[in-house]
Design a protein around this ligand. Structure first.
Ligand code: IPM
Ligand code: MN
Length: 355
């Protein structure tokens, strides 16, 4: 018997458990159809667990996560816990400790989904953002002096390393090479962040010599935001640092029809990686059965792809393409179906043949 994939589930807070439930429904159905065994281990971490036990993510659990094949996460963040605490001690801690140095965020408008961009369709919006995921402002280097006084000083430094930048850029070049357009855009701010993006820029040109088949381009982050709205068809793969990647991918999610459809992978190639919808815990929608589970379901497809189950991942993509045409809207409460109906429908469509 084949060894089963062992997947850690962290449903987390707010709408997290609802979307993970549907994602799992779809993953289990894929495992039946394609015949790969799937084993899950569920962890309770998140806001409720913290409020009950004061525990965020214990060292022992982190050790267990290292031994898994993948991690499937819903959302972390709770209205009664100080902002930043759970994010830092659970989500960012997993990203850093497991060295998940790539945050991969596809931005693809599916046929039948409405984009807020006038006169743009699926042929214009199909790119991927490669966000560096373990460095930059997210390291949390800095501090406060004289807090609460008129003399308060706050410092938060963006730390970026040659190694960190190079491995991220290399991943992006490798990815661009696999795509039909083979175009890679570096998103920076080298006119102001002259140390950081000088480093990015130099490594980018060095590597570009190793990838003569990849067309390269550079844009400042502010201009890129404008171009994403005006001419999204310019982009194929965008690579950028942690903070800029965070910001431009929310814009990207809006272009592809909203956070209800935006998935992401926190990846260390060849090692245990973590997959999650980009949307957060969205407490105001929690428990109503109205949230769109497609982002989580697509994160599940990214996970299967990472595990090498490409056929199963394509099944999910095909099913999602069908279902989005059946939904009235993509936002919470606008779908004309409940969260579990969407999950059921996608699970049902998985056995559909390739067209
Ligand atoms: C994301 C989120 C996180 C981030 C938060 C919740 C810490 O916004 O995954 O984009 O800033 O990376
Ligand atoms: Mn974000």
């Amino acid at each position: 018997m084949e060894r089963a994939y062992r997947v850690a589930l962290i449903p987390g807070d707010g709408v997290g458990p609802e979307v993970v439930r549907e994602g799992l429904k779809v993953l289990r159905r894929c495992s039946e159809i394609e015949g790969f065994p799937l084993e899950t281990v569920e962890y309770p971490f998140g806001g409720e667990h913290f409020l009950r036990t004061r525990e965020t993510l214990p060292e022992t659990a982190l050790q267990e996560l290292r031994e898994m094949d993948a991690i499937y996460l819903g959302a972390i963040g709770h209205p009664h816990v100080k902002p930043g605490l759970l994010e830092k001690e659970i989500l960012l801690r997993i990203r850093f400790e497991l060295d998940l140095y790539i945050n991969l965020r596809p931005v693809q408008l599916l046929p039948g989904v409405e984009t807020p961009l006038k006169d743009k369709g699926p042929e214009h919006i199909d790119f991927v953002v490669v966000r560096e995921n373990t460095e930059g402002l997210y390291i949390g280097a800095g501090g406060t002096i004289a807090k609460g006084t008129p003399f308060e000083v706050a410092v938060q430094e963006s730390i970026q390393t040659r190694r960190g930048v190079e491995r991220c850029l290399r991943y992006a070049f490798d990815l661009a090479r696999t795509r039909p357009r083979k175009k890679l855009t570096l998103c920076g701010k080298k006119n102001v962040l002259t140390y950081i993006f000088d480093l990015w820029d130099r490594v980018f040109s060095e590597l570009s010599r190793e990838y003569p088949d990849v067309q390269t381009d550079y844009g400042h982050v502010d201009a890129i935001c404008m171009w994403m709205v005006k001419n999204p068809e310019e982009f194929d793969v965008i690579v950028t640092d942690n903070m800029f990647g965070d910001i431009i991918t929310d814009l990207g999610a809006a272009l592809q029809g909203g956070l209800g459809l935006a998935a992401s992978g926190n990846i260390h190639p060849g090692k245990v990686s973590m997959f999650e919808p980009i949307h957060g815990s969205s407490p105001k929608h929690a428990g109503k059965g109205t949230i769109n589970p497609i982002a989580a379901i697509l994160a599940g497809a990214m996970m299967l792809e990472h595990l090498g189950e490409k056929r199963a991942a394509s099944r999910i993509h095909r099913a999602v393409r069908t279902v989005v045409k059946e939904l009235r809207g993509m936002g919470a409460g606008q779908m004309g179906m409940s969260t579990s109906e969407v999950g059921d429908r996608i699970a049902q469509l998985l056995s559909m043949d390739e067209d």
